[in-house]
Design a binder for this molecule. Sequence first.
Ligand code: 13P
Ligand code: SF4
Length: 300
Amino acid sequence: MATERGILVLAHSYQDGFIQDAAHFVGDSLELARQAAQSEAEAICFCGVHFMAETAALLCPEAEVFVPDLDAGCSLADSCVAEDLARYQDHLESKLGKRPRTVAYINCTAAVKALSDIICTSGNAKAVVESLPPDDPILFVPDRHLGGWLNETTGREMELWDGACMVHELFSVETLRELQAAHPEAITLSHPECPKAVRDASDHVLGTAGMLKIAGNHEGATFLVGTEGNMLYRLKQVAPQNTYLSAPGASCACNLCPHMQLNTAAKLRAALDSKGPRVQVPAEVAGPARRALERMLDVV
Ligand code: 13P
Ligand code: SF4
């Protein structure tokens, strides 16, 4: 239906099952960015959060990009305001005698992307950091957990911005240990946005696309999944031969992202009918933000 009207519907794996089923393509942040970059659609309905729709608008400038709910934000994007970042970059430059390169996790605003040298996602972050000259100082924004994991796995000593995902931050290592004791055969997967204690207690630390790949390589396995709750729907769709259990947080049993949850079936229908609300990026921000995204797509 949407295709007939020239609308491509993209959805992140953290959207609820109805929205995933309604989309032409479901993926992680990197796959969705690539889909937008390759798209020839006249319009893109982006079912995810605001920074993801902005990314689609940057990479597919000819398309009208719109979302079911304009208020679907992200705690990581909110934690890093462009003006504060610019001040901190200046401060580091005078402290180090050299301006650090800024690597921004894609979970940030277009204005922050415009101040960054290169973007990364959870799926390509290690390769992006390793693509930079080894002696150059790096400022990594905005996720301190992903940044910490990158420092551990690449041996770099990047300066880290103090942001966190409000969903993954609450994952509890105690609850995870209890689940592991109850399911000793289970394989634990955790997203790099999880705190270090949770990552250290996991068999694999990887983004959502990596989780789907590992699941697809197993038959009859049980997985404890340390990421947003709707990912279980996606895992069951792609690799139904396994069992998936959510590794819940200390104070939240559901692990659903409240921002992703703002997109409902009714709002999706209304958005497709009206081709709105639109997401647009001002021209002065769009140029440098797009260049930082394209540098990422050139790496992997
Ligand atoms: P992915 O990079 O796995 O798509 O994750 C995006 C995200 O928002 C995680 O909270
Ligand atoms: Fe942002 Fe966390 Fe929601 Fe992902 S799960 S969109 S990082 S608040």
